[in-house]
Design a protein around this ligand. Structure first.
Ligand SMILES: *[C@@H]1O[C@H](CO)[C@@H](O)[C@H](O)[C@H]1NC(C)=O
Ligand SMILES: *[C@@H]1O[C@H](CO)[C@@H](O)[C@H](O)[C@H]1NC(C)=O
Ligand SMILES: *[C@@H]1O[C@H](CO)[C@@H](O)[C@H](O)[C@H]1NC(C)=O
Ligand SMILES: *[C@@H]1O[C@H](CO)[C@@H](O)[C@H](O)[C@H]1NC(C)=O
Length: 468
């Protein structure tokens, strides 16, 4: 036979993919479920890891990360400003010496965190226009300042000092009116919390910080705002036992008000990231370029140098739209989700450069989103002949998508990973006519329409069998 039917190839490969993809519930856990439906999960990683990720997360593919806090006031260097300053980093030290009196403390920045132009429904409109299906807001970064009026963060929260607003609550309310999922980032450790410093100096043999601060505030956060994601961070100095992570997750999965829908990441203690939890984030800006067996997320920043806003960022510090679309395409082809970060200003503005990038993503996704949302990885991630072409497969396995990152000079695209029979049809998304193609033994030769090359960040071919 000259031609292999692509639909057959896809079908067989996808069966094996989905098997590796979904966490299989072990026999042991099934037994457990059968005699106790209430406490479905116990605080062990084998039990917690057996929970299937709620399907909305993999289908969503694209989210917006928002790093906002007191660090947005100096808006210089990065969101690690306080730690860099106390650690004596010269550039931050000089910044402080040149501008502030010697008695100025980091806490003094908080009163200038005004959020005076913050309009949660405007943000929600922008996130919708970006095509993102979820957002993740820093509810508390390593500085310890809570973006909601936490009972456990007296005088160091957004109601007592700074905006005098419940920022988490306002954004949650606006986002809950859309079909976007609402996620919260939460830092376990706080650089300068006296309770944490005491536990640390006891080599984590005491746990006052966890029992009096971390766990109560996590419960407060979840019960009040019912987030769809808990994006944990700041875990790396201590073990999951110190953080009581397994106990917390068992509560979250068994009893919390979000037990059926919530998704978590993997940053729950030393050596846990990339091994246990919900989706894996492994390291910041993780983008392996190959298919991974476990669901993962690439969290990255539009400003390549910082998560928090930087007033002195220049245009070349920001990813281009084409660069961002490329990250999305490669990430999704390899089974990941992309979480793209913006840093709002202290006054609550998402500046026009970020806005332009987000609306650009949305415009690209409006035409090409069917190659992203709700798809799954194919057997091949990037083409064997033209490595800058990346594949995804529709959930019903009837459409294969080939995303083209580089337009070929002669408008002829050669693909090595496909062999099509005559009954297949190729079209370019956003372009109406059928695309001519020729299959030879070595490659599939596709004649792209020259007039479709109009500076788009990337192009998508839909390849499917003609039904007649
Ligand atoms: C800091 O010192 C300045 C004088 O250099 C003084 O006016 C100000 O009140 C001091 N602030 C605090 C918080 O002590
Ligand atoms: C937010 O902006 C919208 C229009 O974009 C406006 O209708 C609304 O009143 C604003 N809300 C606040 C609290 O200013
Ligand atoms: C701290 O605890 C770790 C692990 O429990 C142990 O290996 C280490 O020796 C301890 N260090 C000190 C200074 O007590
Ligand atoms: C596929 O992509 C990876 C990562 O970008 C790259 O290293 C590899 O060379 C590509 N494959 C081909 C055939 O070009």
């Amino acid at each position: 036979m000259l031609f292999v039917h692509i639909s057959c190839v896809i079908l067989i490969l996808c069966v094996s993919l989905s098997e590796t993809y979904i966490n299989v519930i072990t026999k042991r856990d099934e037994d457990f479920v059968s005699f106790s439906t209430k406490a479905k999960y116990v605080p062990t990683w084998s039990s917690l890891d057996s929970r299937l990720l709620p399907s909305w997360y993999d289908e969503a593919k694209f989210g917006i990360f928002i790093h906002w806090g007191v660090f947005s006031v100096p808006s210089f260097s990065s969101e690690w400003f306080w730690s860099y300053w106390k650690g004596g980093l010269k550039i931050v030290n000089d910044f402080m010496k040149q501008r502030y009196p010697p008695n100025f403390t980091y806490q003094d920045f908080a009163r200038d965190f005004t959020a005076e132009f913050f309009n949660a429904s405007d943000w929600a409109e922008l996130f919708q226009a970006s095509g993102a299906k979820y957002i993740v807001l820093t509810s508390k970064h390593h500085e310890g300042y809570t973006m909601w009026p936490s009972k456990y963060s007296y005088s160091w929260n957004s109601m007592d000092v700074g905006p005098q607003k419940d920022l988490v609550g306002e954004l949650a309310e606006a986002i809950h009116k859309t079909n976007i999922k609402f996620g919260l980032y939460h830092s376990l450790f706080e650089w300068y919390n006296p309770l944490y410093i005491a536990d640390k100096s006891n080599n984590f043999t005491t746990d006052k910080f966890v029992t009096q601060k971390v766990i109560p505030e996590l419960h407060e956060l979840i019960e009040t705002y019912k987030p769809d994601i808990i994006w944990s961070d700041g875990e790396a100095e201590a073990t999951d036992s110190y953080w009581k992570s397994k106990e917390f997750l068992a509560w979250l999965y068994n009893e919390s008000p979000v037990r059926d829908t919530v998704v978590v990441n993997d940053r729950w203690g030393i050596n846990i990231a990339c091994h246990h939890g919900g989706f894996y984030t492994c390291t910041d800006r993780f983008n392996p370029g190959v298919l991974l067996p476990h669901k993962w997320e690439n969290c990255m920043t539009i400003d390549k140098k910082s998560w928090g806003y930087r007033r002195n960022a220049v245009l070349s510090d920001y990813y281009t739209l084409a660069g961002l679309v490329k990250e999305l395409i490669i990430t999704v082809s390899c089974g990941g989700n992309l979480l793209m970060n913006v840093g709002p200003t202290k006054d609550g503005i998402i500046t026009p450069i970020y806005e332009e990038r987000l609306r650009g993503m949305g415009a690209w996704l409006t035409v090409n989103g069917e190659a992203i949302y709700n798809t799954k990885p194919w057997t091949v991630q990037n083409d064997t002949l033209t490595g800058s072409v990346w594949y995804t497969l529709s959930k019903n396995q009837k459409q294969l998508y080939a995303s083209i990152l580089e337009w070929p000079d002669d408008n002829i695209l050669l693909l090595g990973s496909l062999k099509l029979s005559k009954s297949f049809q190729i079209c370019l998304l956003g372009y109406s006519s059928i695309i001519p193609w020729k299959q030879s033994d070595n490659n599939l030769e596709i004649s792209l329409p020259a007039n479709a090359h109009r500076g788009e960040p990337a192009w998508v071919l839909r390849i499917k069998k003609n039904i007649d």
